[in-house]
Every structure is written in C-alpha cells, then in structure tokens.
Ligand binder design. Sequence first.
Ligand SMILES: [Mg+2]
Length: 218
Amino acid sequence: MTGQAILFDFDGTLVPNLDLADMRRQIADMAKAAGVPDEIYDGLYIVEIIEASQAWLSAQYPALANTAQAYAAASHQRINDIEMEAASNTVPFEGVRQVLGQLKDAGYRLGIVTRNCRAAVLTMFPDMDEFIDCLHARDDVAHLKPDPRHLQDNLDALGVGASAAVMVGDGALDMQAGRALNMRCVGVLTGSNNRQALIEAGATDVLADYRGLVTLLI
Ligand SMILES: [Mg+2]
C-alpha cells in the first residue's frame, strides 16, 4: 500500500459544509455595491467573483485602482470572517479521526486540499497533524481547485503521483480537478451534490460518506 495517497476536500467531506450559497450571495452583494455589473461575475465561484470584479473595476476606472483594491480586500476579509465564525461552531464528523487513522495505518499518505483558509481548518481540526501529512488551504496555493494545480501541489508535497492517488470530495469541482489529473475520484454525499451530479463531474465511485473509504480502499 506504500506509495499511495488520498487527497481529501474538507468542508462537506470531513466536516459539515459551510453555507456556501449564503457566502456567495454576500460576496456578490459586495460586488454589486461596488458597481460591478452582474454579468462580470455570473456563474463564478466565490474567490473568482472578487478577482473578476477587481479586474473589471481596475479596467473601468484606472485612476481608482486603490478603490478596486479596497473593495477586494474588504471582500476577502468578509470571506475570512464568515469562515472563522463557522469554524468556531464546527467539528469533524463523528468517526473521522478513526477512519483517517485506519487509512494512514494501511499505508496511505493523506492530504487535504481546500478552498477554505488554513486558520479555519486548524480551528475545526486542531489535531490534524496526527492524521494528515499535508494541508493545502486557500492561502497556501496560487491556483484554487477546480484548477488541478491545487491538487498537484499537494501530490508533490506528498511525493505521490496522480495515478497512485485518490481524490475524495463532495464537490463537483473536486471531481473535476481530480479527473483533470486522471486520479481516481470518489464522491461523498455529505455535502453539496447528489450522486448524479458527482458522477457527471467525474466520480468513479460515490459513497454515502467518508466511512465507506475503509471498505473501498483497504
Ligand atoms: Mg466541499
């Protein structure tokens, strides 16, 4: 079993999900309040709304680059505030530590790849280091999933090739990112997607929750 890895998404996979819809609504409201038209950020994920809106504001009003920057800083701060508030009330699903321990004992290297911030992950899972070999949170990477480079950074740190690794997550973007690297992708139904959405996004297996990994992978 040595030389294999399992990469986990965090929210919706190892802990209950954040209210991402509400966070996105708040961030979109801030873009709207800054004067950014809907079509600039329609269909984008949360951090990407801020990037697209800041770029639009800077291009539209070159003399007001500071305003665009202040808008972006305030929006990033809002995300952090929401994440840290949620983290203070959230703990891992019951039995997560036991299952991670079993997978680790079976010889898997374990990673976490999340769009959440590092401080929030460590608040929810303070003893993470006992189980997880490497965390790549939002503040640790230049490219966020579904960009596969987010996962590749984690694989590189673990020293495991994509073909020997499994991506586990509740999100379509987890499956998309894993599939882009030809990883085996396992969807879990404890978050934001149903079985069909996960399969359409590239899941090779779909489990009710993380506990099924013991049977599937050991
Ligand atoms: Mg998730």
